[in-house]
Ligand binder design. Structure first.
Ligand code: PCA
Length: 195
């Protein structure tokens, strides 16, 4: 069987005109990285088919200064804003009876090393927030505990930052960072499959 890496992004929210995570996912859609095909999805829950060997979820975190690998998903939602369907959760457990937290199962250290070797700034963040990104990250780790899966938060890009005084990373750099992370993940996935 051939493998897939599932790459997901989010649509714009909170009044933003676009979401860099959706752009990056769309740019990379259908490409091969390290011999592994990328598939991109918006509705991920129903689409984790048996050929999916890793899930990389992307989202926007305005105000961040660099691309961030999220270390942990917490079993709580506390939304600052309603989601695009108008729902807002305050201090709610996401999955009653589930672990308080799930850690990323992506090879964080190897990705960080690859970024830094390629002169792509990035770091490991210890909080994905308590909004939708944390929610999908938790749900995937909770429902598919043996799957390699994790979350990458992207900063604003040049288009979003034009309208406000905030840190940004150009979209091209964000694409490079995500592609580099996917190459590392593809290596791990192929190695696991051959051993
Ligand atoms: N960022 C939000 C939700 C969607 C997105 O791109 C978050 O960090 O939770």
């Amino acid at each position: 069987m051939h493998f897939m890496i599932l790459l997901t992004g989010f649509e714009p929210f909170g009044g933003d005109a676009h979401n860099p995570s959706e752009r990056v996912a769309n740019v990379l859609a259908g490409h091969h990285v390290g011999g592994v095909k990328l598939r991109t999805e918006a509705r991920l829950e129903t689409h984790i088919t048996p050929d999916v060997r890793a899930v990389v979820m992307l989202g926007l975190a305005r105000g961040r200064m660099q691309v961030a690998l999220e270390r942990v998903a917490l079993n709580v939602a506390d939304d600052r804003l309603p989601d695009n369907a108008g729902r807002q959760r305050r201090n709610e457990t996401l999955h009653p009876g589930g672990a308080d937290a799930h850690l990323s199962s992506l090879p964080l250290d190897d990705i960080l090393l690859a970024w830094h070797e390629a002169r792509l700034p990035g770091y490991v963040s210890n909080s994905a927030g308590l909004y939708l990104c944390n929610q999908v990250f938790y749900a995937v780790r909770h429902r598919h505990p043996h799957l390699m899966a994790g979350f990458v938060h992207l900063p604003s890009d040049e288009t979003l930052a034009v309208h406000s005084l905030e840190a940004f990373v150009p979209l091209e750099w964000q694409i490079k960072s995500v592609r580099t992370a996917l190459e590392v993940i593809a290596r791990h996935v192929s190695h696991d499959a051959n051993s």
